[in-house]
Every structure is written in C-alpha cells, then in structure tokens.
Design a protein. Structure first.
Length: 195
C-alpha cells in the first residue's frame, strides 16, 4: 500500500507485486479534508479512511512519503501529522511501514530523482499499463510510492539482513575480546596473591 500523506489531499493506493519488476494496480483514491475543519477532525477523517483501506485490502507493507524538506512549514507539519496517523494505524495492525523520500520515489519510477510531477504521473501510467493517467497528482504519487517500495524491498531486506549479521559479528567479537581480557588478567591476579 502506498500513501502520499497530506491534510488537504491524502493519496492511497494498493498494488500487487508480480514476477520480476511487474506490478499491478488494484486500487487508488484520494481522501480530501476541508481546510476549515479543525486539525483533529481532519486527522480523524484520514485515519478512518486509511484504517478502512488496511482492513479491506490487508496490505503486507505500507510505504509512506517521508517529509524530507519543504518550503512551507505548515504544509510539512500537516504531511508529517498525516503520515504519523497512518503509521500508527499500521502499527496497530502489525503491518510493516517504510518511509521513502520524494527523490527516492522519483528516482525509482523515472530514473531521475528531480523529475517533475507530470513525468512521475506519465511513468506510473506506463509502468502499471493504466488506460488513463491517475488524477489528481496525489493518486499518482501514492501509486509511485507503492511501486518504489516493491522495487526497493529486496534491497531493503538484504541490507537489513547484512546489518543483523554485522551486529551479531560485533557481539561475538566483543564477547571474544572480553573473554581474552579476563584470561590475561587472571594469571596476573594469581601471581600477586602467591606467597
């Protein structure tokens, strides 16, 4: 499930990963909340819609856009708040959540981390073999997030496995050093205590 979080428009998508890099679009929509509504109500509307999607589609993983930098602080805050609500709903259902920056998503679907929205929409349409371009852009962005994660998931899994193996090797090495240190200090203590 790909989510392009936002308070005014929150893009939601579900795709299925097939053999190789083939992906199939299953559903896409945009949740809208009026700017004049209180923040709590807007977040509740987004949460209710996202929870319905999670319970209906039962995704294995959720990919959410990470707020990397934004010119408008209030927009960035709203995006982060919506993303937090979505991550919380996923955690309650024990669904893995991964965050991807806009440049990671653009690079994954277009090959250019600085691609414009039109180029992302065009590539999403081609990749998913859609009859028409998804609109508004939030829908295309949600699909792009899902595609990005499907294509990056094997690499993410390999990196996590490598990090776990490295952590285990560090733990074993530290235990070996500690044992060697104890072994070296034991004869010294014995020689001091001898008559």
């Amino acid at each position: 499930m790909g989510v392009d979080p936002g308070l005014t428009r929150c893009g939601l998508s579900v795709i299925q990963s097939a053999q190789g890099r083939r992906v199939i679009a299953l559903d896409v929509d945009v949740v809208r909340t009026p700017a004049e509504e209180p923040l709590g109500q807007r977040l509740l509307t987004i949460s209710t819609a996202v929870e319905h999607w999670m319970d209906t589609h039962l995704p294995d993983v959720i990919a959410i856009e990470r707020v990397f930098s934004h010119q408008n602080a209030s927009t960035a805050m709203g995006t982060a708040q919506a993303g937090g609500v979505i991550a919380l709903a996923a955690a309650r259902r024990d669904i893995d959540v991964h965050f991807h920056t806009p440049s990671e998503v653009k690079a994954a679907v277009t090959g250019n981390g600085r691609a414009g929205k039109a180029q992302v929409t065009e590539m999403v349409t081609r990749i998913l073999a859609l009859q028409q371009k998804p609109t508004p852009a939030d829908a295309a962005d949600a699909l792009a997030l899902a595609i990005c994660h499907c294509w990056r998931a094997p690499m993410i899994a390999r990196m996590a496995a490598a990090e776990a193996m490295a952590a285990e090797q560090r733990r074993k090495y530290q235990a070996t050093l500690k044992a060697q240190s104890k072994a070296k200090s034991a004869p010294a203590r014995m020689s001091r205590s001898a008559p």
